[in-house]
Every structure is written in structure tokens, then in C-alpha cells.
Design a protein around this ligand. Sequence first.
Ligand code: ZN
Length: 87
Amino acid sequence: MLKSCEIYTSGQPCPMCMSAIYWSRFDAVYFSQDLQDTQDIGFSDEYQYDDFKKPIEERSIRMEQFCPELGKPAYDAWRARPDKHPY
Ligand SMILES: [Zn+2]
């Protein structure tokens, strides 16, 4: 955990990096160039942020739940673990 830490970047973080930032619990992100600037040099991070706002059935990559009973035991085992790290 990086609570009470801040991160400085050249560009607004892509969704993958932003996910790591969320998981790490940074308090703040400061970036120099925004998503439009990033798109202007050939990276398409903005479309991913836009895609995440859509319901999963409307996203550009098909996502759907399947066989929920197969993953449930792993979730149940995690839930029952007394020594799990809180997220
Ligand atoms: Zn990134």
C-alpha cells in the first residue's frame, strides 16, 4: 500500500497503470499531458476509458459471465480465510 504517496507522470495514466495506482492506494496523481495529448501522439488510452463507462454488453471487447459455479469455491475459500489481506 502506498497510502499518503503521490505519483507524477508525463502523461495521464493509461487504464492499466491507473488500475495499479488504485490498487496501491495512492492519494494523488499529477500528470503533465492529458488523454487528448496522448491520443495526439498515437496512443488510444481515451477509448479504453470511454469503453469502461459502457455497460459490459456494449463494450468493444465481448465480456460475459459464464459458469459462475466454477469460480465460487475459490471466492468462498478466500472469504473464509482468516489471514487474508484486506483490500
Ligand atoms: Zn500505462
